[in-house]
Design a protein around this ligand. Structure first.
Ligand code: SF4
Length: 233
């Protein structure tokens, strides 16, 4: 007899509970200004966190945290300030273009109004800026605006596919809407943080450590590795 369909909302709840038990409560991130968060997230695109954090710190130091100065500086000066983060010659014009669009449409370099907007409107505004994809928009909305937007990075995407929360064929972009539909608003932050921790520590891209995984019985990944069977005596 075939298995009854799983209630994915229940499964998502169980996964989050188990991961919180396994790793402890997720670290609480300092809430920063939405525009700072946006630029920091753009710097983190395709870059290791440690390097993008350094690039952001150098950009802030170089321009005194003044986004108007960053917007109007020669693009080479912005690129030099963020060089340590990689892809500087792509990201510097992208950052200046984003700042220019915000200035033109909002009238000032300030995104705190996003905190007062409904989630969908805030997301639509951010996504309409060139170079801002679904993950970047969700990071700004979740971390700087307290909205239940769920950023799907490479870990969240891979782990949620393996667990069967989203189809194997779902793109990261599609997974944003699918996961937000499964996870209650007050659980979005911990769910996001937990899946990242799990993806980094156990459900690794190349060699998932399935035998020690606290989600083993909940996971539908066809290639999950079984615990070693005890030797027969
Ligand atoms: S059982 Fe393996 S594939 Fe499934 S979530 Fe755990 S580590 Fe990942």
């Amino acid at each position: 007899m075939s298995e009854p369909p799983r209630d994915l909302r229940e499964v998502a709840l169980a996964i989050n509970e188990r991961l919180t038990e396994h790793y402890g409560p997720p670290e609480v991130r300092r809430v920063q200004d939405p525009l700072d968060e946006l630029i920091q997230t753009v710097l983190s695109q395709n870059t290791a966190d440690v390097n993008s954090d350094r690039a952001f710190a150098q950009l802030m130091a170089q321009f005194g945290g003044d986004w108007e100065r960053v917007r109007t500086a020669p693009v080479g000066a912005v690129a030099d300030a963020i060089r340590i983060g990689g892809l500087a010659d792509v990201k510097a014009p992208r950052i200046q273009s984003i700042l220019g669009e915000i200035k033109e449409r909002v009238g000032e370099l300030d995104l705190t109004f996003l905190r007062e907007l409904p989630l969908d409107q805030g997301r639509a505004f951010l996504r309409s800026l060139g170079g801002v994809g679904p993950k970047t928009a969700a990071c700004v909305l979740l971390f700087a605006c307290g909205k239940p937007a769920l950023p799907v990075d490479t870990h969240v995407h891979r782990v949620s596919q393996r667990l069967g929360l989203v189809p194997q064929t779902a793109t990261a972009e599609q997974a944003h809407a699918l996961l937000e539909n499964l996870v209650p608003s007050d659980m979005v932050y911990s769910f996001h943080m937990n899946l990242i921790r799990h993806g980094r520590q156990i459900c690794k891209a190349l060699r998932p450590r399935c035998p020690e995984c606290p989600l083993f019985d909940l996971c539908t990944f066809a290639s999950k590795t079984l615990p070693a069977s005890p030797r027969e005596s």
